[in-house]
Design a protein around this ligand. Structure first.
Ligand code: HEM
Length: 419
């Protein structure tokens, strides 16, 4: 029976914090293997890389998620006991709830709300000396996401809620102060959302059927019971917060437009949906999700390697999206590569892979792509702007990362073309 290669380091937790995104990828290259073993926080973890391994990882018969996501990530990014940590019928029931919010009509409504916000914000930008795109995009997305979800948002709380969502996302790879800030943001945001759920259930806050607020507040678990108020608050946040996270990809898309200007003209080609190729390449090329984790459900072997029940397994998301067997010159930004992509659900996994309903693949992938296309179109044609000297570098050791300046624009002018 072949042995899984072991990283010689006694424990790799500090190396992971030091190296960030490339941590798993560089080891799979060093060991020249799609599978190797490390110790993280004292626990053995089998690490997987590449499309074939992703196909294994996304087989729900082989893995569970209960116990896979550290408490520190749950108390910041997604909330305790949220859908990401559920299995079997309970997961399926919640996933159906989330996917019911992703109909073409519902997505179209969100894009309309977003378009209104891009218009309104760009009008404001014309009177500003400088605009930090990342921060503005977080507000645009917060306003549109809350309106879409039917969650009321007072004008004076927009900035507060946008920052709270932002901090929850920013905290997932953080330690110390960053982790503390993120946790506090979640505590306050959950308190706000519990109030919303209570008001909906008491009839004080009327919400429209089919919206996220209505759907989550009245969702029944497989045992026929409503979520408790706290769980409903967490899952309603899980429908809004990740929309705000799209600000990161929008900022990277702006960076790509700036660094690779020839694509600006390509994006205007009326004969091809070039924006689709462009945003797919942004999701592949720029780092966001480093890896995802699961736990072995029952003992099994794969290519002769033993996977004992209860073992932690990590799938290298960042490295799989730059695997040379699939992606020619992976370190080159080249949207045209997606003309020939075979749409395999395992070789391009920026938001997870596999099936939507039976697995844990991101429920919001279509929204993400559509919102990015809209933003790219608006940045390219809806406004003109200058990009003054600034620090546009992003640190791969920081998870999540972002161009350091947040992408500053000056002299913003509207062209008259709408989003
Ligand atoms: C799950 C990434 C946007 C809702 C996930 C996963 C990743 C991810 C990596 C986990 C996959 C796994 O565990 O195997 C992202 C990124 C986004 C994004 C990078 C864009 C910036 C969205 C949006 C929504 C959303 C817009 C919804 C409005 C969810 C939900 C899950 C999920 C509900 C849990 C799925 C499950 O456990 O079955 N996302 N996501 N995400 N995402 Fe997203």
């Amino acid at each position: 029976m072949p042995q899984i290669i072991r990283d010689p380091s006694f424990d790799s937790t500090l190396d992971l914090l030091r190296e960030g995104y490339p941590f798993l990828y560089s080891r799979s290259q060093r060991f020249d293997s799609d599978i190797f073993q490390i110790r993280l926080m004292g626990m053995k973890a089998i690490c997987l890389h590449g499309a074939e391994a992703a196909e294994l990882f996304y087989d729900p018969k082989k893995f569970i998620r209960t116990g896979a996501i550290p408490r520190r990530v749950q108390t910041t990014l997604m909330g305790l006991h949220a859908i990401q940590t559920r299995d079997n019928g309970e997961h399926r029931c919640r996933k159906e709830m989330f996917m019911s919010l992703m109909t073409p009509g519902s997505r179209h409504r969100l894009m309309g709300l977003l378009a209104e916000q891009w218009e309104a914000y760009s009008r404001k930008w014309e009177h500003q000396d400088r605009v930090v795109l990342f921060e503005e995009a977080q507000e645009i997305l917060t306003r549109a996401a809350c309106a879409w979800a039917n969650v009321p948002l007072q004008e004076e709380e927009v900035s507060l809620r946008a920052r709270q969502f932002g901090k929850m996302i920013d905290g997932f790879g953080g330690v110390g102060l960053r982790h503390g800030r993120s946790k506090l943001a979640r505590i306050n945001n959950e308190r706000w959302m519990r109030g919303i759920i209570r008001d909906i259930r008491s009839g004080k806050l009327p919400v429209q059927e089919g919206t996220a607020a209505h759907t989550v507040a009245w969702h029944r678990e497989p045992d026929g019971k409503l979520f408790d108020v706290q769980m409903a608050a967490i899952e309603l946040i899980n429908a809004i917060r990740p929309i705000v996270a799209i600000a990161t990809y929008i900022t990277f898309a702006a960076l790509a437009l700036h660094e690779f200007p020839p694509y600006r003209q390509q994006l205007r080609n009326p004969h091809e949906d070039y924006a689709e190729l462009f945003v797919q390449e942004v999701r592949r090329y720029f780092p966001f999700t480093p890896f995802v984790g699961a736990i072995v459900r029952e003992d099994f072997t794969w290519h002769g390697f033993e996977f004992p029940k209860g073992t932690m397994v990590l799938l290298d998301v960042y490295g799989t999206d730059r695997d040379e067997r699939q992606w020619e010159d992976p370190e080159v930004f080249w949207p045209e590569r997606f003309r020939h992509w075979n749409e395999n659900p395992y070789n391009f996994i920026p938001q997870g892979g596999g099936e939507y309903l039976t697995g844990h693949r991101c429920a919001g992938e279509w929204i993400t792509i559509e919102a990015m296309k809209q933003a790219v179109g608006f940045l390219n044609d809806g406004i003109t702007y200058d990009v003054p000297p600034q620090d546009l570098n992003y640190d791969l050791a920081r998870m999540p990362t972002l161009p350091r300046s947040g992408f500053v624009m000056t002299n913003v002018r509207r062209t008259g073309k709408s989003a």
